[in-house]
Each structure stands twice: as structure tokens, then as C-alpha cells.
Design a protein around this ligand. Sequence first.
Ligand code: ADP
Ligand code: MG
Length: 359
Amino acid sequence: MARIRFKNVRHAYPPPKGQEPVYALKEINQVWEDGGAYALLGPSGCGKTTLLNIISGLLTPSEGEILFDGVDVTSQSIAARQIAQVFQFPVVYDTMTVYDNLAFPLRNRKMNESLVKERVEQIADMLDLTTSLKKRAANLTADGKQKISLGRGLVRSDVNAILFDEPLTVIDPHLKWQLRSKLKELHQQIGMTMIYVTHDQVEALTFADKVVVMYDGTVVQVGTPVELFNHPKHTFVGYFIGSPGMNVIPCTVDNGQPVFAKNPLPIAQPVNKDLSGKLEVGVRPEFIDFADEGIPVNIEKVEDLGRYQVLTLKHEQETIKMVLNEDQTIPSENPKIQFNPEQTRVYCDGWVVEEAAHD
Ligand code: ADP
Ligand code: MG
């Protein structure tokens, strides 16, 4: 197992003739601790698979280095890196039995047959494949085949890390939930470094201790699910995590205090006064309340989602989402809202503005 470090990693795929290269990864500097459960979360096309392939060695980065426990592996072969990788779609040997498929990575490394058996049975049990062990892989459903792929990734115990690239894409929703909990359980049992790529926030937040949020070829924030929810460093993180995501509305800053459409917004601490760039205020729908004084709004829509309600509000041109518990009431006339000052943040060109230094 290994601590994985990226040092100034950038990657551009070969551009079409005569065109400038476009960087799929812009600049990655990261340290991922040995034994961690990481999720790489971001929208399609942001560079997740590229980053994963650089770890496993399927791809050599255009620039920068990748180190395992301080050793530069940038030019090492896939085999030398000792990485298990599970892809989005099943990779199985159709003509072999499920047992032989699972045993393959172990036999390849000349493991003793009795140890192979022990390990294969253990993994098969975990993935509910025990009764299928004698079947040919070709006879399994898409779900079953992907379970074999997962099993082949998990079967070795001598790897530096296991990489999963959206492995549950082809799995049906109920089984998805089960497998995700199994992976998490397994991580807790064996403590192997696991890196799990997904574009689904629920998947990322339930699997990982640390979520690495990617956007447009860069890592915008690494944090626990709670940190990402409470302290989004970038408007993208606020917007992408949470359902509905954080409200991001235009503002000006007057003497360290944000002002939204002539409404001064109380915040916990004044922010830096000299800001230049696009200024916005971010506040999550959960941190807005109705109040006697505040920003007047029109209520456009109320969605009842059982334990809570999602309200769509309008102030002038701006749409604001608000979440209320089922027992909270909606004012019948002149509704006004307030943002929780502790949870109201100012962003400049997408990045959170730190509080002004105290004198
Ligand atoms: P993700 O896994 O987050 O969806 P990828 O790492 O697959 O993102 O892709 C990142 C960017 O690199 C995208 O713009 C994609 O079009 C581009 N890209 C990916 N693979 C190749 C390739 N083999 N050749 C050229 N461009 C590629
Ligand atoms: Mg991908």
C-alpha cells in the first residue's frame, strides 16, 4: 500500500494537427494518504478518468511526477506499479468460469492454489457470487459480469491501491446501493487505499472519507462530506454538492459586507475590502429562514418532499432556493427571508473570500 503524491501533474492529449494542445488536467498537486478511501467527484469530462489512468500507468502525464511512498513511478510500467483497476464496463474472460476469472490475477502471480481458493471464495462470498462460481462468465447478466470485474480488482491483497472508475454504472439501482456499502465495509476491514471515481455525489459522499472535487481539469477542494457541505471553497463545490445546491447570487461588497440588490447581508466576519473580480454570495437553501425583516421575495413554487419542502423564491430577477422542514410554516403575505450569517459566504471569481485579518 502506498501514499500517492502528484507533483505538478498536467496532461494534454495529442491535439489534432495544427491545433494547440488543450490540457485535460491543468495542474494537480495532491497527497493521498495510505489507506484512505477517496472519491473523485466531478462532472463528465472534468478529467477523472485521465487522472486515474495516470495513477495506474495506462497514461504518462505530459508534465509532472507521480510518486508512491516518495518513489517516482512516472515512467514505471503498469505491472510494476501494483495497482488494481476496475473499469466502468465489465472486463471478464467470457469463456472462463467465474472462479477462474477471479483466480486469474492470483494465478498470474503464481500464488499457491490453496491460497487462491481461500481468497476467491472469500471475495465470491462478499459479492454474492458463491453459487455462480462454476458457471461460465458468459452466462451471467451485465450486473453479474461487473461483479466479477469488481472481484478481480479486490482479490489481490498485495496492491498499492485499488482504483474504481464509475464501476456501478451498469448495475441496477438496488444492487448499486448494496455493492457500495460492501465496498465501504471492505475498506474498513482491509484498510487498502481505494480511489473511487464517480459523477454522483451520493455515491461519493457515502463511500469516501475524503472527497476530491474536480472541475475543468483541476481539483477545486478536498474534504470530508461535512466540510464540503459547510465550507465550499468554490461556488462549483457549493452548487454541485447538496440537493438543491448552494444558491449563488450576484453581490457587491460595501465596507467588508456583501450587498445583494440593495439588501445588506449580515455575515459572521467582514471580508477583505479590496476585491476585484466577479463577486457573488453563496448560501445553502438549508440556511435561509423566513423573518419579519429581510429580503422581500415572491414564492414561485413549493415542492413537498415528505420530510422537507423545497421552495423556489424570486427577488427581482434572482431565483433563490430554500429548504424548510415539514413543520415550518410559510408566511401567507409579504414573505421576507434572511440568510444565516454564519453560513453566508462571499466568493470572488468563484473562490471563497477569506475573512479580513483581525487587527
Ligand atoms: P471524465 O472521466 O471526468 O469524464 P476524462 O478524463 O475522460 O473525463 O476526459 C477529460 C477531457 O479529456 C475531456 O475533455 C475529454 O474529451 C478529453 N479526452 C479524454 N480522453 C481523450 C483521448 N483519448 N484523446 C483526446 N481527448 C481525450
Ligand atoms: Mg471517466
